[in-house]
Design a protein around this ligand. Structure first.
Ligand code: FES
Ligand SMILES: [Fe+2]
Length: 379
């Protein structure tokens, strides 16, 4: 990527160009992006709720790398390469609950959920399970640095990023009041969508409220454009907030329980942020959600949506219709976005498109994301 083009993206918004088409469509860019945007940062991998109990293991392929997420006996989430230290066999081929160790299907070397190798059957010949040249302590599974925040499992593939807490101190401080236990709403609070588009366009569309009146007329009828404000970092996030959050899902004034101890601002405010690179969050006084974006290819993105409530009482049966309604409402909104996210991707094949022209007033968060991507690609 030419430095000139990246510099044009990093200009102040009234002069800046958007990211060049190649950053969205070129196969060569995928590899560069994997290294510079994903491996060096804290990328979102999955939701911790997918591993509800000790002994749960889940294989995930991320940019072609076979990974294994586990929940240890102590309840911690860990991420490893899903590869046996003996001959490199894939260890686990489907998500499951283990009662014992992670046993390789090839020659039965066995690892505990913390990745430590503890059995090497017949390694010294039939019936001899040790060998002096094999030090088990040096043959743990290769661990990937990970961190869980707001139920999202983040990984730092190159192991060199600053800690998650340091990297994301600004958003952690901004949303400190939401840093509390959250409770997943169950099967109906989980869904996924597939988009024929680049993952970055899903981030960009999520960051801004400019499109609300045109793409989400239903939502805009009660949460209007003028009720929104832009959020541009500081730090690796951007998005928007509303000042008029007023849920009305239940009949007769029935409402989900709110988080305890929220300040008055959150009585009517809600915020929607992309945490760079690949996770979108929404926070409200009575529920939060995350959307993990999985870049399957340059032109293919999966969105995994999980919705959580503030208190176990919100998971009771009498709230089931409200939970369903809430999920259905969000699903409808996210589906409304697909047309423009895919349409912008198609637009990136027009050779004359030069990255576009931003509205200095409405497109601040999108520009903030572009600048962040350009900065990563430039070093
Ligand atoms: S490859 Fe795993 S035990 Fe041989
Ligand atoms: Fe939208």
């Amino acid at each position: 990527m030419a430095t000139e083009q990246l510099k044009a993206v990093m200009q102040p918004i009234d002069r800046a160009f958007g990211l060049p088409n190649a950053v969205y469509v070129d196969a060569d860019m995928a590899q560069m992006e994997q290294q510079k945007v994903f491996a060096r940062h804290w990328a979102a991998l999955t939701a911790a709720k997918n591993l509800p109990q000790a002994g749960c293991v889940m294989p995930i392929t991320f940019f072609g790398i076979p990974l294994l997420v586990t929940r240890t006996k102590a309840g911690e989430i860990k991420v490893f390469e899903n590869v046996c230290r003996h001959r490199g066999m894939i260890l686990v081929d489907e998500a499951k609950q283990l009662n014992g160790p992670i046993t390789c299907p090839y020659h039965a070397w066995a690892y505990d959920l913390d990745g430590k190798l503890h059995a090497t059957p017949h390694i010294g010949g039939s019936g001899i399970h040790e060998h002096e040249s094999v030090d088990k302590a040096c043959l743990s599974l290769n661990e990937i640095r990970s961190h869980v925040w707001m139920d999202v499992v983040f990984i730092n593939l190159d192991g060199k990023a600053e800690s998650f807490a340091e990297t994301h101190r600004d958003i952690i401080a901004r949303w400190a009041e939401f840093d509390k236990p959250i409770y997943h709403g169950g099967a109906e609070s989980s869904f996924s969508l597939s988009l024929n588009s680049n993952w970055k366009l899903a981030v960009e569309n999520y960051c801004e409220s400019y499109h609300l009146p045109f793409v989400h007329p239903g939502l805009n009828s009660y949460s209007r454009l003028e009720d929104h404000y832009n959020i541009e970092g500081p730090g690796a996030f951007a998005g928007q907030g509303t000042l008029v959050y007023a849920p009305s899902l239940g009949g007769g004034g029935k409402a989900f329980p709110n988080f305890k101890g929220l300040s008055a601002k959150w009585d009517t405010a809600a915020e929607y942020l992309a945490l760079f690179p690949n996770v979108l969050f929404g926070v409200h006084r009575d529920h939060v959600y995350n959307i993990i974006l999985k870049p399957d290819a340059m032109n293919r993105t999966s969105e995994w949506v999980e919705i959580y409530y503030t208190d176990p009482s919100a998971l009771a049966d009498d709230y089931a219709p409200m939970r369903q309604k809430n999920s259905a409402m969000w699903k409808e909104i996210f589906i409304e976005d697909i047309g423009v996210v895919e349409g912008m991707y198609q637009g990136r094949s027009a050779p004359g498109y030069d990255g576009g022209k931003f509205s200095p007033v409405m497109d601040g968060p999108t520009h903030y994301f572009h600048k962040w991507i350009a900065e990563q690609l430039a070093v």
